[in-house]
Ligand binder design. Structure first.
Ligand SMILES: [Fe+2]
Length: 161
């Protein structure tokens, strides 16, 4: 059976999210609601399986190298989820006030810090054995197949974990 390359896929997701955050920040600045909604939809789809894979499999494995720092990454996820929830509520409106647009831009940019912190795990992942990497690739693939968006996952499966 073919295994996903978990490190390559992990980094590719981070690139998509990095670009999405930069693009949604520009769309919020321009108050282009349709574009911002579309980007948030993509971010929600990509980050749902990604966060799920990380919290269920990758982060627990990384405790071996990083100990309690892993808990910080999980609390960064809490912040990202809350920001995504607030953004989705804002974007349900017809238009944004100047201060709503500015706050949403700042919140979106703050998410970039987590992308950068999380991508740092790639360098450590290179020390994981090939057998474990294959297993991680399979878990990543399963999370993608389930395909539950971030906000839905956070409100249901993650909450009850
Ligand atoms: Fe990540």
């Amino acid at each position: 059976m073919e295994h996903l390359d978990p490190i390559a896929e992990f980094r590719e997701d981070h690139r998509i999210v990095r670009d999405g955050i930069l693009d949604i920040t520009a769309a919020l600045k321009a108050k282009d609601m349709a574009k911002a909604r579309k980007i948030l939809g993509t971010l929600n789809e990509v980050t749902g399986p990604h966060f799920r894979y990380e919290e269920e499999y990758l982060y627990p494995l990384m405790k071996e190298y990083l100990g309690e720092y892993v808990d910080q990454l999980i609390s960064e996820h809490d912040n990202v989820i809350e920001t995504a929830r607030v953004c989705s509520e804002l974007l349900a409106k017809d238009e944004l006030t100047d201060s709503e647009s500015e706050d949403a831009q700042k919140a979106a940019m703050a998410m970039l810090i987590h992308v950068s912190n999380c991508d740092g795990l790639a360098i450590l992942s290179e020390r994981i054995s090939q057998a474990e990497l294959d297993a991680l690739g399979d878990r990543f693939g399963e999370a993608r197949e389930k395909g539950i968006g971030l906000l839905e996952w956070a409100a249901t499966i993650r909450k009850s974990a």
